[in-house]
Design a binder for this molecule. Structure first.
Ligand SMILES: Nc1ncnc2c1ncn2[C@@H]1O[C@H](COP(=O)(O)OP(=O)(O)OP(=O)(O)O)[C@@H](O)[C@H]1O
Length: 246
């Protein structure tokens, strides 16, 4: 079997008394898509932040392209080929779409940047139409497209995508997910973190996180996957008043 591109074992993160990750393991092969679902506070963002070097892990290991990753600074991790499209849709608001696109990746050869730029424009023709517009004036969906395009322009081997669909109209969500599918067809592996089960429209391995642990593993193509995921979510529901400890 091919070696995973990204492999995490037994990751643990605590914020003071709160445990955010408790023994999480994950692997991602070249060009593979993994969809991670989970409720608010499950630890999804923390996991992505550990992988991209934003949050330190208290325990565990991560290897990326065969090299240990934990402890490396975030900028070195990006250069190494791991791009993180964070939640919150933060763009540089007064800069144009074009300047946002070119705001990272200065280490990438000029001809490669041009190629990546063309790929990004093909993926999101809407950005071409808004090319000179200030990014702060874009709609939520357009901002999300810009951020994914900017991630692609970092020439990643792995793209981490955090809650890209949040607050977007279903038709825009589908557009964004279609772009993710095409990005992985370019050979980029993707870890797609979502709360929206619409993401199951993507083909890929599905995992569910709950209170810092992985509680489910399947594939979006499995028969009855939506029911299985709903059941896992239901099992994960906090106890109501009847079940609450007194
Ligand atoms: N900087 C922080 N300081 C203290 N606690 C934090 C911090 N960041 C996250 N947490 C806590 O860690 C847990 C996991 O949070 P995290 O943001 O990783 O979850 P999530 O699954 O991404 O949730 P959401 O979908 O709401 O973004 C939560 O209980 C959260 O309150």
């Amino acid at each position: 079997m091919a070696k995973p591109l990204l492999e995490a074992t037994d990751l643990g993160v605590r914020y003071g008394q709160a445990t955010a990750l408790d023994g999480v393991g994950l692997s991602l092969g070249p060009g593979e898509r993994v969809i991670m679902l989970g409720r608010n506070g499950a630890g999804k963002t923390t996991l992505l932040n550990v992988l991209s070097g934003i949050v330190p892990a208290a325990r565990g290991t991560v290897t990326f392209a065969g090299e240990p990753l934990l402890g490396r600074p975030a900028h070195a991790i990006v250069r190494g080929g791991l791009a993180h499209v964070c939640e919150g849709r933060r763009v540089f608001p007064t800069m144009s779409v074009r300047d946002n696109l070119f705001s990272g990746g200065g280490w990438i050869a000029r001809h490669r940047r041009a190629e990546l730029h063309d790929q990004a424009m093909d993926l999101f023709p809407r950005l071409r139409e808004r090319y000179r517009q200030a990014a702060g004036t874009l709609s939520g969906g357009e901002r999300q497209m810009l951020l994914i395009a900017r991630g692609l322009m970092l020439d990643p081997k792995v793209l981490l995508l955090d809650e890209a669909s949040q607050g977007l109209a279903p038709v825009v969500v589908d557009e964004v997910l279609a772009a993710v599918e095409r990005i992985s067809e370019l050979g980029v592996a993707a870890l797609v973190v979502e709360q929206n089960t619409r993401v199951l429209g993507l083909s890929g391995r599905v995992i569910i996180m709950s209170t810092g642990r992985l509680i489910f593993s399947g594939h979006s193509g499995d028969p009855g996957i939506l029911d299985q995921v709903r059941q896992a979510y239901l099992d994960d529901a906090p106890a109501g008043p009847a079940g609450a400890a007194s």
